[in-house]
Design a binder for this molecule. Sequence first.
Ligand code: F6R
Length: 260
Amino acid sequence: MEIIICKTKEEASRKAADLVAALLKAKPTAVLGLATGSTPVPMYQALAKDCAAGKISFKKAKSWNLDEYLGLPPTHDQSYRYFMDKNLFDHIDIDKKNTHVLNGLAKDWRKEVKSYEAAIKKAGGIDLQVLGIGSDGHIAFNEPGSSLTSRTRIVSLTPQTIKDNARFFKKAADVPKQALSMGVGSIMEAKRIVLLAFGANKADAVKGAVEGGVSQFCTASALQMHPDCWFFCDEAAASKLKLKKYYAWRAEEALKAELA
Ligand code: F6R
């Protein structure tokens, strides 16, 4: 695990975007795993800027998203398909046919998740997976208690996540209670993982993920066992880490080597 700690979320997002850009330059057909939520937005903006400037292209890239609310149509302004179009896909040169988000209206969710995983496999697996982290340590919608070997499936959101996400809806009662989500085991298959965490409300989750024991009670802690995982945090999100100085010293060199 490499922990990059930056003064601001903009700086951290720019550095994370540099890793994505480096991948696209080295492998224009890259398979990206994407996340929604407020956290990746500045990184998506940085990538859109690079694309507009002709520095990178998504023309040959493919993407699969982590999750989707159950029961929301893609046209709903809180669906994750809608979010991805508005926050990234509409601003880059990706072919939307190559972007995939789980179908929250699927009549048979088992069939939906099976074909989703099969399509990722057929594409060669995810080269780089972007992640946010929930205040309870979840990745995708793998809430505390999710198996660390879980696959893409139907999940129930915790009251905490519903509360956290209520800010995007008119009222908490409008937040769907279930979702389709890639599992921890599915996420762990990505070749590289880039997790972003910003703000003091993520400090406990980051502490648990990086320095806690590996446990299904903080599903992000599974990432400790991933061979190529990068955390990009602002100072507030990293504030509870015990070994902050050591990570900073080590990560600077690691990132330099990556982008050389
Ligand atoms: C989104 C996702 C979630 C979020 C997490 C943090 O696709 O899978 O795990 O990354 O809930 O959300 P924000 O970024 O809104 O704090």
